[in-house]
Write a protein that binds this ligand. Structure first.
Ligand code: PAF
Length: 278
């Protein structure tokens, strides 16, 4: 497994692979890898001959009072996991390598990124889109794999690729859960044992909504009100519980196939997200 610390080294490697007629997939991550990330790597392996994983805690997607400094990091363990998966290259630049000190351009999406998490994290998606576009440009990837756990991120990235004609195929991968239903997230490490139990409320509320939907209850307003009520009992604060179209993120009045039920809530000092695609 090659370890690329500079943009130039990754671009040269990818150019050599392309010259040899090989396709390249990228899995962008912020490291502290778990089974969810590894499932993205395995899917990427099926989509292209070469797989690159980026491990970069991107400073530009964290707000001033967010957890950039505390975000868990363990590069040695990440690299060992990726080596065991047969990854061809890891891209792990420093922030200085990734961004010039005088960089003045960033990418703003003006609709999908303003709702849901975007309403609470105003600069988040500009940071995500900017770094993801840079990763596409540097890696020259043909395919990029993202988890459906970050359903809004996936929708916003798909929109960027569509609107800017970025020559990469975006693949969405299924959300991975612990045995008890908690969605895997690097931020789960912040949870105390008691908070981890309370955090199960997110997936339980979504499961109940899905069961109601299967039983023929399709009123979106009632479904989200019920989810919000269940979350309010277990969590410190509910940022949102919404029923939206998974591609446009526009609210729906009636639940149907392709509706995304999505939530964000605070358990202790940890903000968690989860979703179900009906
Ligand atoms: O989903 C993430 O881990 C990050 O938002 C991403 C896509 C790697 C960009 O920093």
């Amino acid at each position: 497994m090659k370890i690329c610390r500079t943009k130039k080294s990754l671009s040269s490697l990818s150019a050599a692979w392309h010259r040899a007629g090989e396709t390249v997939a990228i899995v962008p991550t912020m490291g502290f890898l778990h089974e969810g990330h590894l499932s993205l790597v395995r899917l990427a392996r099926k989509k292209a001959r070469r797989v690159v994983v980026s491990v970069f805690v991107n400073p530009t997607q964290f707000g001033p009072n967010e957890d950039f400094a505390q975000y868990p990091r363990d590069e040695k363990r990440d690299f060992a996991l990726l080596r065991a998966e047969g990854v061809d290259a890891v891209f792990a630049p420093t922030p200085e390598e990734m961004y010039g000190a005088d960089a003045t351009v960033s990418l703003v999406e003006s609709k999908l990124s303003k709702v849901m998490c975007g309403a609470f994290r105003p600069i988040h998606f500009a940071g995500v889109l900017t770094v993801v576009l840079k990763l596409f440009n540097v890696s020259r990837a043909d395919v990029a794999v993202f988890g459906r756990k970050d359903a809004q991120q996936l929708a916003v990235i798909r929109r960027m690729v569509r609107d800017l004609d970025v020559p990469v195929k975006i693949v969405g991968a299924p959300l991975v859960r612990e045995k008890d239903g908690l969605a895997l997230s690097s931020r789960n490490t912040y949870l105390s044992a008691a908070d981890r139990v309370r955090a199960l409320a997110l997936h339980e509320a979504l499961d109940a909504a899905q069961a109601d939907f299967r039983a023929g209850k399709t009123d979106a307003g009632r479904a989200t009100a019920k989810i919000e009520k269940a979350l309010a009992k277990a969590c410190e604060k509910v940022d949102y519980a919404v029923a939206v179209d998974a591609d446009t993120l526009e609210p729906v009045r009636t639940l149907g196939r392709g509706t995304l039920l999505a939530v964000a809530a605070w358990v202790g000092k940890t903000r968690l997200i989860d979703n179900h695609l009906l």
